[in-house]
Design a protein around this ligand. Structure first.
Ligand code: TRH
Length: 366
């Protein structure tokens, strides 16, 4: 059945870091790739520009990858699309004038929530949220089970990962980072690890664990500032590297044997890379993030030594990381972790992606 294209207005307010902009930009691109008309309204285009270097952060209007990108304040004087979908990402509060104008225009209002593996998400996904202005509003939750909205994934992503694996890793890293080949002259046995974490991560424990391994390690650290505690020691070589554009972040993950990731978007992308990962959950008040972590560990069903390491990483426990990381990297634990990573990726990839689910949901409710 051929469906007419829908108009989407996607609102993104950057709270901190890159995740809000990162998730919204991926969703906007996916909806556009599915043939929909998409406007992305963002309050801090400069943050998006870090992920998307082609973006002119001063422009009043520009179209990239089929998505019209606009500064948030312009929405205050813009009419919502007649019969269109308004996505309020992460409860970001729509501009009041825009929200008032939605009534009577046949709009559908979607509250896109943060990703969580907690069981209650299944009960709340797709629930209506009655509004005073009469506009139908629904909660839409990303998630890891068929009873949720799923995870963002481009249809060719896994094929791209497979194709990259067939190419020489040193050459891929060189092409990706622009750093000299010599930095990536890897011997066959070398462990390549990506480190993308928050400032409070237990890096002293990481340093001790990696420097003490028999196997040589190349630790890639993207970003502007290298944490002082990290240094070349024993078989450990640190490679500070530039932050890569988001469009190439998957390639970076695909070059690594183990990915330390954080927040929301890099977690999902590391799952699709199919290699072992250590997730640092975004801190929340009242330690709510630790419930989120446990729920995710339950769902992912990692081998016990991997789960122990991930817990230690999130407790900022240097000593525990220093002992848990070498244990998780030793055979047979390491092979078990790699096998489970591929299996979980395959299981997740059997489901439609979040953008496809969202589009179907909107067609049903408009
Ligand atoms: O930056 P984050 O910590 O974002 C967080 C989370 O989304 C969190 O849930 C949210 O509440 C908080 O922001 C406000 O981590 P995240 O989600 O992984 O986003 C990082 C983005 O940066 C992701 O899109 C990948 C991208 N990235 C690059 O494009 N290039 C790089 O070199 C690196 C390291 C990351």
């Amino acid at each position: 059945m051929i469906h007419p294209a829908l108009s989407f207005d996607l609102f993104c307010r950057v709270v901190d870091n890159f995740g809000d902009a990162g998730v919204c930009w991926r969703l906007a691109q996916r909806l556009a790739a599915l043939g929909q008309s998409v406007r992305l309204w963002i309050d801090r285009p400069a943050v998006l520009a870090r992920l998307l270097p082609a973006l002119d952060e001063q422009a009043a209007k520009q179209t990239l990858d089929g998505v019209q990108i606009r500064p948030w304040h312009q929405a205050e004087h813009t009419a919502p699309p007649q019969g269109g979908v308004v996505i309020e990402a992460f409860a970001c509060n729509l501009p009041a004038t825009y929200q008032a104008a939605m009534a009577g225009r046949g709009c559908l209002w979607i509250n896109l929530e943060y990703l969580s593996a907690e069981p209650w998400v299944e009960g709340c996904h797709g629930l209506p949220s009655p509004q005073a202005n009469g506009v139908p509003k629904f909660f839409f939750f990303p998630g890891f089970t068929p009873a949720t909205g799923g995870l963002l994934r481009e249809p060719d992503l896994l094929v791209r990962h497979e194709a990259a694996q067939a190419q020489d890793r040193s050459a891929r890293l060189h092409a990706l980072t622009g750093l000299s080949d010599a930095r990536f002259a890897l011997d066959g046995n070398e462990l390549v690890i990506l480190l993308f974490c928050y400032a409070d991560a237990p890096l002293a424990g990481l340093q001790a664990a990696l420097a003490g391994l028999e196997r040589p390690v190349r630790l890639l650290v993207p970003g502007d500032r290298l944490p002082a505690v990290l240094r070349d020691q024993g078989g450990l070589r640190i490679v500070p590297m530039p932050f890569v554009p988001q469009a190439r972040f998957d390639e970076l993950l695909g070059c690594c044997d183990l990915n330390f990731v954080r927040g929301e978007d890099s977690l999902v992308r590391a799952i699709w890379a199919g290699a072992p990962l250590v997730w640092q959950v975004y801190r929340q008040a009242g330690d709510a993030h630790l419930d989120k972590l446990e729920a995710w560990l339950d769902r992912a069903d990692w081998p016990p030594l991997a789960a122990e390491l991930i817990r230690a990483w999130n407790r900022q426990d240097d000593d525990a990381v220093a002992s848990a990381l070498p244990a998780a990297l030793q055979e047979p634990a390491w092979s078990g972790w790699r096998t489970r990573s591929r299996a979980w990726r395959a299981e997740q990839a059997t489901r439609p992606d979040l953008a496809r689910n969202l589009l179907d949901f909107c067609r049903q409710h408009l």
